[in-house]
Every structure is written in C-alpha cells, then in structure tokens.
Design a protein around this ligand. Structure first.
Ligand code: SAH
Length: 221
C-alpha cells in the first residue's frame, strides 16, 4: 500500500485492538493515547506503512522505536494518574515521550544521539506538546537538575538497575527498566516505599543497549 493511500487512523485503531487490548492492556487512557498519536510521524518515510506493525522499527543511529505493545506495557507499569513528573532515558524517536505527554504533567527525556534529539523535538513540537523537555546526554547519570521524579522509564537495556536513577526517584515512585544481558532482558518494575525498594518482573523483552557511565561500555560489544 502506498504511504499516501494508507488509512492511518484505521491502522492505529486496529493496532490498539489487536496488539494492545488483546494482550491485556486495560488502562483506557493508554489505549486512547495510542489511538490518537500518529506513530508514522516518528519513523522515516520509507517505514510509514509499517508504523503500526507488531515489531520494532529502525530509526537513525542504529537505534529502534520499540514495538507498540512494549510501549503500552511499560507505560501501564508506570501507573500514571496524570500529575506526575516523569524522566525517560532513551528518547529515540520520541514516540514514548509523546505517549507520556498525553498521560502526565511533565516529561523529561534524555538521549545520547543529537540527531535523534533534534528529530524527536521537531515531531513533539509539531504535535503541539508543551510539557516535554528533551536533552542530549548520558542518561545513565539521570538528570539531576529536575529530580526527584515520580516515575522513571528506561527504554534501553541496562546491565542492572542504575543506582543513580533510583536515587533520583521520589518516595512512592516507580521505575521501569529492561535489565539483563545485551541480548535479552527482563522488564523490571521498581517501587520505592519508605526508602525501601520492591522489585518485580513483568516478563522478557529485547532492547538496544543502554550505553554510558552506569550502563554498558561501548567496548563491551
Ligand atoms: N523510547 C524510544 C525507543 C528508544 S531505543 C522510542 O519511543 O522511540 C533506545 C534509545 O536509548 C536509543 O535511541 C539510544 O540511543 C538511547 N540510549 C542508549 N544509551 C543511552 C544513554 N546512556 N543515555 C541516553 N540515551 C541512551
């Protein structure tokens, strides 16, 4: 199908019904946000017609935009009520940041590649979101200036839960991160209650590596 003939609204609705709802995501706000946000804007033109497919897609700098279901699952794990300040590590295309922008008060996002940051900023701005701030940098050290955060979402694979990020998490906060090897990870959900950490696992996943001071080192793969 040619990109200009594609019914993106229909593709979005089908994606939400068949990939997201069918796999047990029940939060209406998340489903509505995914029905609303034009995912094709976050990928290169040659991938427009695959923008609603059930798998990750390449973006620039050898990175990927996550599979829609994984975005929905991680977002549901954050348990957003609407008033949170959220930190995302790994802006990538900016799609996850846009979802967060729909669901909460304030979003900070950090990405190591400047090209990705510039593109994500542009799309986010075009879509009219005013509550997202994107920075170039090593997200493994967090973003101290605006900490603590009610929620932190790491969208790249970490060797372990980065302790700096846990430090920047607010009391009663939730952190979601894929933790494991370079090839497969477990989606970890960490809750901070009375200074203690409670961690559960939400199943297997595969992400591109989190590279930085408290992540993987570039010479490790
Ligand atoms: N959330 C993204 C998907 C990101 S893929 C989306 O919705 O499209 C993971 C991203 O994490 C990649 O863009 C990668 O460059 C970035 N990344 C890896 N290590 C990082 C680090 N230390 N700090 C910031 N970003 C990092």
């Amino acid at each position: 199908m040619a990109a200009d003939k594609m019914d993106y609204k229909k593709a979005r609705e089908e994606m939400v019904r068949l990939q997201i709802e069918a796999r047990g995501i029940t939060d209406r706000r998340i489903l509505d946000a995914m029905c609303k946000i034009p995912r094709e804007k976050f990928v290169e033109e040659k991938f427009y017609t695959s923008a609603y497919a059930d798998y990750p897609l390449p973006i620039s700098d050898g990175q990927t935009i996550s599979q829609p279901y994984i975005v929905a699952l991680m977002t549901q794990c954050l348990n957003l009520k609407g008033n949170e300040k959220v930190l995302e590590i790994g802006t990538g295309s900016g799609y996850q940041a846009a979802i967060l922008a729909e669901l909460t008060r304030k979003v900070y996002s950090v990405e190591r590649f400047e090209t990705l940051v510039e593109r994500a900023k542009k799309v986010i701005e075009e879509l009219g979101y005013k509550n997202v701030n994107i920075f170039v940098g090593d997200g493994t050290v967090g973003l101290k200036d605006f900490s603590p955060y009610d929620r932190i979402i790491v969208t790249a694979a970490a060797p372990e839960v980065p302790s700096t990020l846990v430090e920047q998490l607010q009391e009663n906060g939730i952190l979601v991160a894929p933790v494991g090897s370079l090839y497969s990870q477990d989606l970890k959900v960490v809750e901070k209650k009375s200074g203690k950490l409670y961690t559960r696992s939400e199943g297997g996943c595969v992400f591109v590596p989190l590279i930085g001071k408290y992540g993987w080192k570039s010479n490790e793969f």
